[in-house]
Design a protein around this ligand. Structure first.
Ligand code: 7TS
Length: 414
């Protein structure tokens, strides 16, 4: 298997693949070709080891015990916070809140900041390419408060129409919440400029970084965003862990999201005072093991370097687009100038679900459907797409296999 897998001009992908035990498995009698990385990435051995090591050696609840195990677990948990802080360029560790994932991070802001600060007739801006996680929390908030949700349109390439955005911004705008990289199209949005534009009218800006944290260099201080949410599981880390970054001054005056243990300073039956940041927003026993293992995922990414990862994925995306476009009846959805790691497509006379099933029969995993972005699908007048999304361990050889599979799909279905 040496030759076809090592076609990358930039990295020894074979060495990297060896770190992912799951890539050795077969599906339907063929070697797994995993092209569903925007849904979740596979996990390298060091992440799996960190989980086992924790449960084998120092499983304990954190922040409350004084025994050795509790101290070791607390230290490892807090080390991840420091690793995240530098990974995204935050100003202080108090600005890093552990959540269950991007969805919970956005809900936290909508619930805590939103319910305190949004009033009738205020305006919140999102875009037409948002994941449902960055639509529904704002819809609920607007319904509750009588506020108005405005939606930035997109063009045929799948890019935001920024003129419309600038026209929408005004004194009534209180918050803008935009996806950094679209999960369905791969479009990279120019959030830095958009943040500056929002701030110019006094609005806050939240970035949905679910897809960007793994591909782009993130520096929240440089971006000057007010909130940034992402998930560990799309970044070679475990499921059930995410991060909400928030500017300290904002977090400090926000009310708690969930109430319970850990988030309190003192409780009497009359009154409760709340813990300091970031613990005020981390009620209950957190996902200790997975937070600890997340640090290994960050190290994995840093040890290769995002620039190299990006170049490899760019090569795969360019090669993939070039080869897929040769397939009769195939149309790529989303052709933004700035794009990473995702190719969404439809094939004439072939339902995306059938494409997915036929590819799975060849051991190829892709995502099909609306990708939790139904308004975006409506914009393109399609029920859904088939989507391939790349990670560091994918190869040109796998794209060649995908193309063979798709040619077969065309033969069977059309
Ligand atoms: N925002 C974006 C842009 C996403 O891509 C996703 C998950 C979420 C938010 C929610 O993240 P979670 O970790 O809280 O679930 N996107 C996808 C996907 O594209 N396929 O499966 C999940």
């Amino acid at each position: 298997m040496n030759s076809p897998l090592t076609k990358s001009k930039f990295l020894d992908i074979n060495v990297i693949r060896q770190e992912f035990p799951i890539l050795n498995r077969e599906v339907k009698g063929r070697p797994l070709i995993y092209l569903d990385n925007a849904a979740t990435t596979q996990k390298p051995q060091q992440v799996l080891d960190a989980l086992t090591h924790y449960y084998t050696n120092y499983n304990a609840n954190i922040h409350r015990g004084i025994h050795t195990l509790a101290e070791e677990a607390t230290a490892a948990f807090e080390h991840t916070r420091d690793a995240v802080k530098s990974f995204i360029g935050a100003g202080s560790r108090e600005e890093i809140i552990f959540t269950r994932g991007t969805t919970e991070g956005i809900n936290l802001v909508a619930y805590s900041w939103g319910r305190k600060n949004i009033q009738a007739n205020d305006e919140i801006i999102i875009s037409n390419m948002e994941h449902h996680s960055n639509i529904v929390p704002w819809q609920l908030l607007c319904e509750e408060k009588g506020a108005i949700l405005k939606v930035i349109p997109i063009n045929e390439n799948g890019e935001l129409v920024l003129d419309e955005y600038n026209k929408m911004l005004g004194p009534k705008t209180k918050l803008v919440s935009i996806v950094h990289v679209s999960n369905a199209l791969g479009t990279v949005n120019p959030v830095k400029q958009m943040i500056a534009d929002a701030h110019a009218v006094g609005a806050l800006f939240m970035v949905d970084g679910a897809q960007s944290a793994v591909h782009l260099d993130i520096n929240v201080t440089d971006l000057d965003c007010d909130f940034f949410a992402f998930s560990a599981h799309k970044l070679y880390g475990p499921t059930g862990v995410g991060v909400l970054y928030g500017k300290k001054a904002l977090l400090e005056v926000m009310p708690p999201f969930q109430a319970g243990g850990e988030m309190i300073k003192e409780v009497t039956m009359q009154k409760t005072t709340f813990n300091d940041l970031p613990y005020k927003f981390e009620a209950g026993t957190p996902n200790i093991a997975d937070v600890i293992a997340f640090k290994s995922a960050i190290h994995f990414v840093q040890s290769i370097g995002k620039e190299k990862i990006r170049r490899h994925e760019r090569d795969l995306m360019d090669y993939g687009q070039q080869e897929l476009e040769k397939i009769p009846g195939l149309r790529i959805i989303g052709k933004a100038k700035e794009k990473v790691s995702v190719i969404s497509f439809v094939i004439e006379n072939a339902h995306p679900q059938d494409i997915g099933i036929l590819l799975d029969n060849r051991g190829i995993a892709v995502r099909t459907g609306h990708h939790c972005a139904q308004p975006l699908m409506d914009h393109f007048c399609i029920p859904g797409t088939a989507r391939v999304s790349f990670a560091i361990y994918n190869t040109r050889y796998e794209i060649d296999e995908l193309v063979k599979g798709l040619l077969r799909v065309v033969k069977i279905l059309s």
